[in-house]
Design a protein around this ligand. Structure first.
Ligand code: SF4
Length: 249
């Protein structure tokens, strides 16, 4: 076997172990969020628009309220801009509300009220960039496509590139495309799990490598834990029961 194919095999096996650990952790630790219980493209789209630049806790307040007022895409498409703005009031970044409204109108007019299923078609809609297109395609239609937001990009960089810095956007998307499972249901869980890891464990400022399920497969985590193991705080951390561990850094 040539050196190149050997390297490819090793990389594949690391990726598979990473995915298995990530999915097992997600099954145990995922938050119970209302938009994870639906495959309705409209409801998924509303959650994705709301979650842009807004904390989950805040969206949890507004999401049910907005859907009560506009339970379907048709209702939203027919609404006056003032009513949409009122339902969004308090969530901020109102451009998202008008984009969502414009999206509903366009889908009602040109797509018979049904959101398209592919990222390529979704990206043609108002307010939909590559991430939102991937998220709607994966979370509604269970398409085996990547959805790379800031959290996911951070996790991929740290795990596979060993970098803390930003940049390399295209490389991160390529890696995400290679990693995403071919089966749509598994791809749904994988995308959700990557986001969850970035939101709960691999956080921006102080990654919690000591309690991270993929740490053995992570370039950054292995380096950070190696450094930490030499410290007294790590020894204290390891003496604590698992459920009482906070990041030792
Ligand atoms: S080991 Fe650390 S850097 Fe790597 S994914 Fe986990 S929390 Fe992030």
């Amino acid at each position: 076997m040539g050196a190149l194919s050997w390297k490819v095999m090793v990389a594949k096996s690391i990726a598979q172990r990473f995915i298995r650990k990530l999915l097992a952790w997600y099954a145990r630790a995922a938050r119970d969020l209302p938009w994870r219980k639906t495959r309705d493209p409209y409801r998924v789209a509303v959650s994705e628009f709301m979650l842009q630049q807004t904390q989950v806790a805040r969206v949890l307040e507004f999401y049910p309220r907005f859907l009560k007022r506009f339970p379907t895409l048709e209702k939203l498409a027919r609404a006056r801009p003032k009513a949409v703005r009122e339902a969004w009031d308090g969530l901020g970044y109102y451009a998202r509300a008008s984009n969502l409204h414009a999206l509903a109108r366009q889908v009602a007019r040109r797509h018979d009220g049904t959101l398209p299923a592919t990222p390529q078609e979704l990206e043609k809609l108002p307010g939909v960039g590559p991430y939102t297109a991937g998220a709607i395609a994966s979370f509604s239609f269970e398409k085996a496509v990547p959805a790379v937001d800031t959290n996911v990009a951070r996790v991929i960089r740290r795990v596979f590139l060993g970098q803390r810095v930003t940049g390399n956007v295209q490389r991160v998307w390529r890696l995400a495309s290679m990693l995403v499972p071919k089966d749509g249901k598994r791809a749904w869980r994988f995308n959700q799990a990557l986001m969850e890891l970035g939101a709960l464990i691999c956080v921006a400022r102080k990654p919690r490598c000591g309690e991270c399920p993929v740490q053995p497969h992570c370039k950054t985590g292995r380096r950070l834990v190696k450094t930490l193991r030499r410290s007294a705080s790590w020894r204290l951390f390891e003496r604590r029961p698992r459920n009482q561990r906070n990041n030792p850094q």
